[in-house]
Ligand binder design. Structure first.
Ligand SMILES: [Zn+2]
Length: 400
């Protein structure tokens, strides 16, 4: 039977989306955005028309046909306008609709460097964000706003955005109906390379994920060979998730949807902060470092308020350990706690904590110099190169 967009949406995307839409801070930001919109359109179209070239049917019949096919496959109801802007970086984005019109834009290099099947995946991916209403959880506003979101919300938004990408990828694969082209497309996006330079090997790319999983199953077995956290880790995970999708009934395979979702969860759990829940000495050491590190980062920025402190205490209290909330004392423990993690945990696990610290440090309008000092200190004790911090902070997203 023909599947529609809702049939193939990732379960965890939908569940987290429903939960986040009810979150108090998400609601507050959405109300702010709605008030702005009521004052008049934000001028997306005017902006696009003045900075980008609109791709009309006459200019590119092939791309117009592709768009029509994606619209049909996904049941997009709004009229679509396509734009191209000049950039050497492969990228594409879908905007929240304005004036009952939908806008998708591509970088010039992407249009030139991708085959039509690869492009169809990218277009379907972007339209997927629209059909799944992903704009209803404004991650950008929440994580890059002036106000620091509480740590639990920041981590949930981060987890959700990855599952949202999984759904969008499925929408793209559903449109393209060509899994090799889809994988090549993701490889090009994450490496920035076209096949003219490097022969793409799907097996090698996916094997990168199998390596990660082996490492993860044996924590404490020494530092992993490949620091998978540091180099665009998400793309191979997405390809792996799509290979599971391909084998499922959602794509005409034999596997059940339940098995698919369990498999996807297991793949993405490589990037989940599972140490927040685990009842091991190692996980405890990681939590203790995260707690002290976050307090130090928050305090370095502009002092920590009593309200923020309470939020932190509540968040970590849930994970069954207590700390007297004396900021100065806690700050002095950061290096010692980092050393403890270095002793008890693997390099990857240390990177996980530092990664989560970076995500949260960034979540109040960017990482300031004073915050970076704290992150650098932790990185040094953990033996993680400080370039890792920049990589997380300036992380290239594969696709918007
Ligand atoms: Zn996306």
């Amino acid at each position: 039977m023909h599947k529609n967009a809702a049939d193939i949406r990732c379960d965890n995307d939908l569940a987290l989306y429903n939960k986040l839409k009810e979150n108090r801070d998400v609601k507050r930001v959405n109300e702010q955005i709605a008030r702005h919109e009521a004052e008049g359109p934000s001028g997306i179209r005017r902006n696009l028309l003045s900075t980008s070239v609109r791709l009309t049917k006459g200019m590119s019949p092939e791309i117009a046909k592709m768009a029509d096919e994606c619209i049909e496959m996904l049941g997009v109801e709004l009229p679509l306008e396509l734009y191209v802007y000049s950039s050497p970086q492969f990228n594409a984005a879908c905007f929240k609709p304005e004036d009952e019109r939908l806008y998708v834009m591509f970088s010039s290099s992407l249009l030139e460097g991708f085959t039509s099947q690869e492009l169809k995946f990218v277009m379907g991916h972007e339209l997927g964000h629209h059909v799944y209403d992903h704009h209803a959880v404004p991650v950008g506003y929440l994580l890059r706003g002036k106000q620091r979101p509480d740590p639990e919300l920041a981590l949930e938004l981060f987890a959700w955005s990855r599952y949202a990408e999984i759904s969008a990828d499925r929408a793209g694969a559903h449109c393209a109906q060509d899994m090799d082209a889809v994988a090549r497309s993701l490889f090009k996006l994450s490496s920035g390379l076209t096949s003219k330079v490097v022969e793409f090997s799907l097996d090698d790319f996916v094997a990168q994920v199998d390596d990660m999983q082996t490492v993860d199953q044996e924590p404490g077995q020494g530092a992993p060979q490949s620091d998978w956290f540091s180099t665009h880790p998400f793309s191979p995970l997405r390809v792996k998730a799509l290979k599971l999708f391909e084998r499922s009934e959602l794509y005409g395979g034999k596997g059940s949807k339940d098995d698919l979702e369990i498999g996807v969860q297991s793949v993405l759990s490589l990037m989940e902060p599972s140490y927040l829940e685990a009842r091991t000495d190692t996980a405890e050491a990681m939590r203790r470092l995260l707690f002290a590190g976050l307090i130090a980062v928050a305090d370095a920025a502009d002092g920590i308020s009593a309200e923020e402190l309470e939020i932190f205490g509540k968040f970590f209290g849930k994970y069954a350990f207590s700390d007297k909330l004396d900021i100065e004392k806690i700050k002095q423990t950061v290096a010692r706690r980092a050393a403890e993690v270095k002793n008890k945990a693997s390099q990857t696990q240390g990177m996980q904590v530092l990664h989560d610290m970076c995500i949260m440090a960034q979540a109040d309008g960017g990482v300031r110099a004073s915050e970076r000092v704290v992150l650098e200190e932790v990185a040094k004790v953990l033996g993680v190169p400080s370039s890792f911090i920049c990589q997380v902070v300036d992380a290239d997203k594969d696709l918007d």
